[in-house]
Design a protein around this ligand. Structure first.
Ligand code: HEC
Ligand code: HEC
Ligand code: HEC
Ligand code: HEC
Ligand code: HEC
Ligand code: HEC
Ligand code: HEC
Ligand code: HEC
Ligand code: HEC
Ligand code: HEC
Length: 311
């Protein structure tokens, strides 16, 4: 009973206090520094030194709106004065996706915006930073990912998981290569290749080349005789980049059917000037010998010696 008395006594004193200094609570909200947060959010505070964002605390000369906890959560005075509450501070749990995006882009425009994040299909589908990154409970302390990358992406792209389980595949599930070797989840700058169709957030190097070439360097060229399909249309014209039931990740089980989609001898059908007569003596599709185009056209990705890629 006496405890109750004491408590209500305290509350009375406190409310009298806040009544008396009411004007102060309405004063403009200001920055109070990260040390103040420690008392009430000890767990978050104690793990923070390991966070990449801690450096902004360590660099003391930064302006307050870029420093520490308040860099993301905004000025903390009103919140501290009110002894907590979600309405008194920038709380991500009550923010819209758009607001959360802007809160991060406040500082990350320089490094991220060049990927045109606002136009990326993630942003357009309302997938923002905090869907993939976790500031305080990251599964990977490096890069602050909410889950390990592969699981993170599979979490929403369930169909892609099965593509990487196909008989021929890039070994993503085995950890040999990861989604971000080919994709930039933040978006992609306009590429120099496949200009017509904006690619699916596929990473492009500074000069706009396909990400595949960073690993498959022998396909890079430039070749004296380029195969237009490789250079202009892109690798995924003939290959399924994730996985395939066909060897070499090819899109079709039999090579020639793929070639004939363009080189079908139908004059201007599809493309101009590159048809082969499929009934002639030189290329007779009735003769099995001609069906494996790449036994003769061995340099199919480009050649320095022969315009028909024969060597
Ligand atoms: C880089 C931006 C950023 C910084 C810096 C930051 N936070 Fe957060 N905070 C967030 C985000 C985003 C969330 C939402 C939950 C999440 O994504 O982890 C959050 C959630 C919280 C929460 C509520 C959720 C929970 O896990 O209890 C508290 C409390 C909090 N932050 C306090 C702090 C304190 C204290 C600091 C300084 C030590 C701080 N934050 C620094 C971005 C930040
Ligand atoms: C006097 C204690 C106290 C201090 C000091 C304090 N907080 Fe809080 N804070 C709380 C309480 C209590 C809540 C929970 C409010 C709720 O869940 O309704 C909270 C909630 C929050 C949230 C909202 C989390 C969410 O998304 O739900 C953030 C962000 C936060 N605090 C950040 C800070 C920061 C940054 C500082 C330092 C500037 C700070 N707090 C200082 C008590 C405090
Ligand atoms: C107040 C400025 C500021 C805000 C706001 C901010 N960041 Fe950062 N962020 C930084 C700085 C500074 C670094 C360290 C940069 C570096 O190491 O090059 C960083 C680094 C990162 C990194 C890389 C971590 C690593 O291990 O390399 C990620 C991921 C990140 N921030 C995500 C976020 C997310 C998500 C938000 C929004 C919830 C956010 N940031 C808001 C300033 C900010
Ligand atoms: C769809 C998931 C996803 C979204 C949305 C996302 N990120 Fe990332 N982010 C990642 C992954 C995955 C990596 C690691 C890439 C790697 O390993 O190369 C990363 C890396 C980073 C890095 C460090 C390396 C770099 O690329 O500069 C920063 C900083 C970063 N993200 C900030 C942000 C910010 C800020 C936002 C929101 C504006 C955001 N991210 C939105 C998944 C995402
Ligand atoms: C929170 C759910 C979510 C997560 C996590 C996520 N994505 Fe997405 N992603 C989407 C949605 C929604 C779309 C747009 C609809 C669609 O095309 O399926 C999308 C679209 C894409 C696209 C297609 C873009 C286009 O233009 O067609 C690629 C590529 C992609 N995501 C890669 C990734 C990668 C890589 C990761 C992991 C770093 C990732 N996503 C994590 C939800 C997510
Ligand atoms: C070897 C490079 C490579 C890797 C690794 C890779 N992708 Fe892709 N992905 C591509 C290319 C290239 C395309 C575009 C294909 C096209 O347009 O025909 C694509 C398309 C996509 C699409 C859109 C088309 C669709 O099937 O819905 C999604 C989503 C996607 N990738 C998600 C992922 C995820 C998630 C991972 C990691 C688990 C991943 N990718 C790993 C190269 C890659
Ligand atoms: C990070 C490096 C890397 C990137 C980027 C990459 N690959 Fe690969 N690729 C490999 C490795 C390593 C193999 C070997 C097979 C394995 O890992 O099992 C391979 C195998 C292949 C194969 C099958 C080769 C064979 O002999 O069966 C094809 C086809 C292929 N990649 C095409 C592509 C295409 C197309 C892209 C771009 C969309 C791409 N790769 C991006 C590393 C990469
Ligand atoms: C015109 C269709 C076509 C295009 C476009 C294409 N490839 Fe191929 N690629 C093939 C064929 C066909 C094979 C199988 C060759 C064989 O049977 O010997 C192959 C085989 C491969 C192989 C495995 C054998 C080898 O030569 O190393 C890799 C790796 C490869 N391609 C990567 C790429 C990359 C990277 C690109 C984009 C720069 C690309 N391909 C574009 C048709 C194509
Ligand atoms: C996406 C369409 C496309 C596919 C698929 C394709 N090619 Fe091509 N190919 C072209 C184009 C376009 C040219 C350039 C034609 C020109 O310059 O007139 C070309 C040129 C060639 C040439 C040189 C022709 C000449 O006139 O000098 C040969 C040989 C060739 N391709 C063989 C193949 C083979 C073999 C395949 C299957 C592995 C294949 N192509 C798949 C579009 C394609
Ligand atoms: C037995 C070897 C051999 C096979 C198999 C073969 N070619 Fe050829 N191809 C040649 C030779 C040699 C030339 C150059 C001389 C000529 O025009 O006949 C050529 C030329 C071409 C040209 C250029 C035609 C022109 O008018 O400039 C194209 C396109 C072509 N081949 C596509 C194909 C396709 C597609 C296949 C598979 C369906 C294929 N080739 C199978 C040997 C072959």
């Amino acid at each position: 009973m006496s405890r109750w008395l004491l408590l209500s006594c305290c509350i009375a004193v406190l409310s009298a206090y806040s009544f008396a200094f009411g004007a102060q609570t309405n004063a403009p909200n200001t920055y109070v520094g990260s040390n103040v947060c420690k008392a009430c959010h000890p767990n978050i505070w104690l793990t923070f030194p390991r966070n990449a964002h801690f450096q902004s605390i360590a660099i003391a000369k930064q302006p307050p709106e870029l420093t520490g906890c308040e860099g993301c959560h905004g000025p903390g005075k009103a919140h501290v004065d009110a002894k907590g509450g979600k309405a008194t501070i920038r709380a991500f749990s009550v923010m819209s996706q758009k607001e959360a995006l802007e809160a991060c882009l406040k500082c990350h425009t320089k490094d991220i915006a060049r990927t045109e994040i606002r136009r990326s299909s993630h942003t357009q589908s309302n997938i923002v930073c905090s869907n993939c990154h976790s500031i305080h409970k990251a599964a990977t302390p490096k890069l602050l990912l909410a889950k390990r990358q592969t699981e993170l992406c599979y979490g929403c792209h369930t169909n892609v998981r099965s593509q990487f389980a196909m008989p021929f595949k890039h070994r993503v599930n085995e950890g040999a290569i990861q989604c971000s070797d080919c994709h930039n989840p933040h978006g992609a700058p306009a590429p120099a290749w496949k200009m017509g169709a904006r690619p699916r957030m596929v990473q492009t190097a500074a000069d706009g080349e396909q990400p595949c070439l960073r690993c498959h360097v022998d396909k890079r060229g430039p070749f004296v005789f380029e195969h237009t399909a490789v250079r202009v249309d892109g690798c995924e014209t003939c290959h399924n980049p994730h996985g395939s039931t066909n060897a070499r990740l090819l899109k079709r089980p039999v090579v020639f059917t793929m070639c004939l989609e363009c080189h079908n001898g139908a004059g201007n059908f599809g493309r101009s000037g590159e048809g082969i007569p499929t009934q002639s003596a030189s290329h007779n599709m009735a003769d099995p010998k001609f069906r494996n185009c790449t036994t003769c056209h061995v340099r199919i990705h480009g050649s320095n010696a022969d315009p028909q890629f024969l060597r």
